[in-house]
Design a protein around this ligand. Sequence first.
Ligand code: PLP
Length: 426
Amino acid sequence: MQRDQLVFDIIQKELQRQRHGIELIASENFTSLQVMQAMGNVMTNKYAEGYPGRRYYGGCEFVDETEQLAIDRIKQVFHCEYANVQPHSGAQANAAVLLAVLKPGDKILGLDLSMGGHLTHGSPVNFSGKLYQPFFYGVHKDTGLVNYEQLEEVARKEKPKLIICGASAYSRDWDYTRIRKVADEVGAFVMADIAHPAGLIAKGLLASPFEHCHFVTSTTHKTLRGPRGGIILMGKDFENPFGVKDPKGNTRMMSHLMDMAVFPGIQGGPLEHVIASKAIAFGEILSDEFTSYARQVQSNAQAMAKALVAKEYNIISGGTDNHLMLIDLRNKNITGKKAQETLDKAHITLNKNAVPYDDKSPFVTSGIRIGVPAITTRGMKESHMQTVVDLIDKVLMNIDDAQMVSTVSKEVHEFMLQFPLYPELS
Ligand SMILES: Cc1ncc(COP(=O)(O)O)c(C=O)c1O
């Protein structure tokens, strides 16, 4: 077969784009070379429906080994009893939990998408809002902090079967104890979606949800710095409360229902090449090097927030506990859309984002979301955050000056030369 140079050339251009730019998309990161290369392996050829030791196909002895390693390592990372490493993405992980514990039409309660929540937490355009009956809580208008009183009020009124916490655009830690308390009162399960801050939770830098939440889901490609994918975890396995029994009449454990929800519930064959890469990434998370990385992420985010506040950028909740922050640009008279598009021209990538109580459409928005996991992987420290903020500010304060934007893009290239990305790749 002839090498498809057309596609490889496009991939090469993407590598150059990643090398030259300042990557501030909060949900992105740069994997290690071994994590990335492991995804391009022969395990992509293998069908392995089922789980290690109990597959529907022959020849699974080696994919069993890598999948078991991935499971064992991520359990060690989070000190938890159960892990399923097969979800193809974060959305799939959430779909599996909902399938495992809910019936169509059951009530769920999650953080409103427009306040920082995720589509899979009950949005009407997502399966979670179509198959189940969604209710929402928000954040306080004045502080930007989760409105736990509202969460409790809606939970007591609607008695949802599942309360979902976790977010895509929330810069503060969560009170899992408080959420579990009201969940117990109304007979709900709690699911924490830690897709964003998982890497910081892994290193004890944020509160752990495992003691309080029945189910924990995550992506593996954000702060965990693994390949694109999802995981489902349980701090403690427990007998399923739905009365599902095995052929001997013993009550099945929840872990069994969860495995069944992933396969055959929502997925077919697992991506064993990606699972091999997950195993490597989870091994990296166990290292001291990753501990330093996670600490640096948190320090960089705080330094970035401080530098932005000094230039009178309005950060929702006034700062950050984790790796990201949400900025309301209304006092600068710039929309999120315009900011994103213009910064993109200067090779500073981030995303427009609705701010709580936004008066603009989700296609325009009043805000931007900034995250530091990727630039921290590039090697940036606290002192570099000032430079990044200066570059952002130069673009935003000269938003209609194409010449200035072009000058900044050159400064960005120059600045990024200090932080080599995949130097092993030509
Ligand atoms: C909180 C949260 N959950 C789930 C997801 C979905 O992950 P994926 O894009 O891998 O499906 C995201 C993605 O941004 C997220 O922020």
